[in-house]
Structures are given as C-alpha cells and as structure tokens.
Design a protein around this ligand. Sequence first.
Ligand code: NAP
Ligand code: GDD
Length: 326
Amino acid sequence: MQRALITGITGQDGLYLGELLLSKGYEVYGLIRGQNNPKREMVEATLPGVKLIQGDLTDFASLLRALEIAQPDEVYNLGAISFVAYSWDNPLVTTDITGKGVVNLLEAIRIYSGDDPRKVRYYQASTSEMFGRVQEVPQRETTLLWPRSPYGVAKVFGHYMTINYRESYGMHASSGILFNHESPRRGYEFVTRKITNAVARIKLGLQDDISLGNLDSKRDWGFAGDYVRGMWQMLQQPEPDDYVLATGETHSIREFLDLAFKHVGIEDWAPYVKQDPRFMRPAEVDLLLGDPAKAEKKLGWTREVEFPELVSMMVDNDLRIQSALR
Ligand code: NAP
Ligand code: GDD
C-alpha cells in the first residue's frame, strides 16, 4: 500500500487530493496545525480513514516527526499562507510559512531519507502568481518569474529551493506551477467564492450588494479536482520535473460576474456590485494565461470541467448552503 503525507490537508486542494489518494488505495496522512484546529472534524468526515498528525511548516522538528510517523512514499506540500492580499499585511509570517516552510520540509525529507535520496517523492505547490508582471503570454515552465507580492516572492523561493534539492541531492522533487483553480470548497476570501456566495445571498434576498476591488484583472481559472490529479501524475513519473497546469483560457472578474449573476437570472449586475478601494492591491497581477502543453503531452493530463460549468457549480453549491441557513 502506498503511503502519502499531505501538508495543507484542511485546505481546498488538500481535501480533493486526499479523496483522490484514498480512492487509489493510499494510506493518507495529513499534517494539521494548531492545538484545536476547527477543521479537524470536517477533514475526518470528508476523508474517512485519514490519519492526522500535529505539526507546522515552521516547526522543523514536527515535520521530521510527521515523516517518521507517516513513513511516506510521497509528500505533497500544499500548506501555505495562500491568500495574496493577506501577504502584504503579513509579509514575515508569509515568508516563514510559504517560503521557509518549504526548505524546512525538504531538509526534513533529506535527513529522513538517509542515504537514499529517492526514498520519498516530493510535490511542491508552486503557482502562476510567480509570473506576476508577466514576461510572456501564455506563461509556461520557462517563462521568467517576476513576482508582485510577498506571497509570490515566498513561492519563488520555495520553487527554486525544490529545484535546488533535486539538482543538489538527486531528490525526486517536482513543482506544479498551478494556475488559479476553484471549487465549491474554495475559501470565501478568494474572489470567485466571494462572488458566488454573494450572488446566492442576493438571489435569496439575504444581501443587497457585494464590494469588490479590481474587476479588470484576468485569471486562468480551472477546477481544483482536475488539478490534484495532475499533482499525483507528476509524482508517478520516473524523473522529477516542473509542470504548468492551466486551462489555456483567461477571463476577467467582470466575465466571472456575468456568468455567476446570469446563472440566477440576473442579466445586469451593475446595481449589485460596488467597488471598494480596500480590496485593491498595492501591486496587481493583471493577466494570467497558462500553457499546459507540457503536462498534457508528458503526463497525459486532461481537464474535465470548463469555465461556465465551474461557475455554475460554485453558484449552485452556495445557493444550497445559503438556502439551508435561511
Ligand atoms: P488553502 O485552501 O488556503 O489551504 C492552505 C492550507 O495551508 C491549509 O490547510 C492551512 O491550514 C495550511 N497551512 C497554513 N499555514 C500552515 C502552517 N504554518 N503549517 C502547516 N500548514 C499550514 O489553499 P489551496 O487553495 O488548497 O492551495 C494549496 C496550495 O497550492 C497552497 O500552497 C497554495 O499557495 C497553492 N496554490 C493554490 C492555487 C489555487 O488557485 N488554489 C494555485 C496555485 C498554487 P489551516 O486550515 O490550519 O489554516
Ligand atoms: N480576493 C479578492 N477579493 N480578489 C479580488 C477582489 C476581492 O474583493 N476584487 C477583485 N479581486 C481580484 C484580485 O485583485 C485579483 O486580481 C483577482 O481578483 C483574483 O484574486 P484571488 O481570488 O484572491 O486570487 P489570486 O489570483 O490573487 O491568488 C490565487 O491564485 C494564485 C494562483 O495564481 C490564490 O489561490 C493563490 O494562492 C494562488 O497561488
């Protein structure tokens, strides 16, 4: 039986990846932080049989201990401060967790692996946010990185550290450069979920309007369930490498609003949307558009959910949740 350790198991991707690995017969271990993490019960209910281990990416000793307990064949490092806006207010903790946390985990794996650098296969959750002020359209594995936020900078550090451990020690360490991926499990702080939740509440008469920041930025949005499959595929390759996962389509926040409001029968969303400078960023990533050709060719990675279906799925889910709360 294959054994996997997932950091960030309480997050969107951790839950989908946990489900995927359990369905493949893996023994799944998840790192959970905090003395009384409120998401523990939800994770145990969503992932029956998962084994949770206390630990924190900033605590090297806890990572070594987690490896000794889990004895994993594969480690997926999904844990991070992942909200870009938060990273400007909290740059040091973002650096410690999202950046330095990566080298803590790589170093713990190196020590745990002893004289066999290929004992554990490692996945690093890199991101399209690393492309920042994009130097090429579409962005691919070779595009120059130009991060625009403390989060982006911390992820670039983790990305290069992963490559460095691969090249220095011969570790099976791969990075997935994932473009934005969303789902009904997306956190409410991210723009897609903030919109779908508000649209549901507006439709049900529970809320009058929604305040947003920049409506003109464009993102390459896919479905998280499709992306975790790609993570797993990367670790099944004989050799480690870096891969972009993206849809190859980009849409503005305005287009997301169009589809989300249309789904509940509202054609003109202008009366419901306010712009609030509080949600504008000190430096914006204007356009993300990825080229997934390498992952499609080498991994055989495919996507099942298209953009309109993703938006409808998220709005329907929030309609269900909000109706039940009424
Ligand atoms: P998410 O829902 O925000 O989950 C983040 C996870 O990190 C949570 O489980 C959180 O645990 C955990 N975490 C935070 N601080 C930690 C610490 N000090 N030690 C250990 N774990 C910690 O993020 P996601 O959307 O699933 O994304 C997963 C990963 O992919 C992240 O690294 C993210 O940066 C990256 N990524 C995401 C996207 C995307 O579009 N979703 C795209 C590219 C890359 P708590 O619940 O305890 O806070
Ligand atoms: N969150 C948020 N809230 N974003 C807003 C708002 C708002 O009220 N109004 C406009 N936006 C714009 C942001 O300025 C940004 O251009 C875009 O919506 C997307 O913001 P987020 O949904 O917060 O995602 P992100 O693109 O910054 O980051 C996500 O994707 C990255 C991959 O590119 C996160 O999941 C990161 O962890 C991930 O690495």
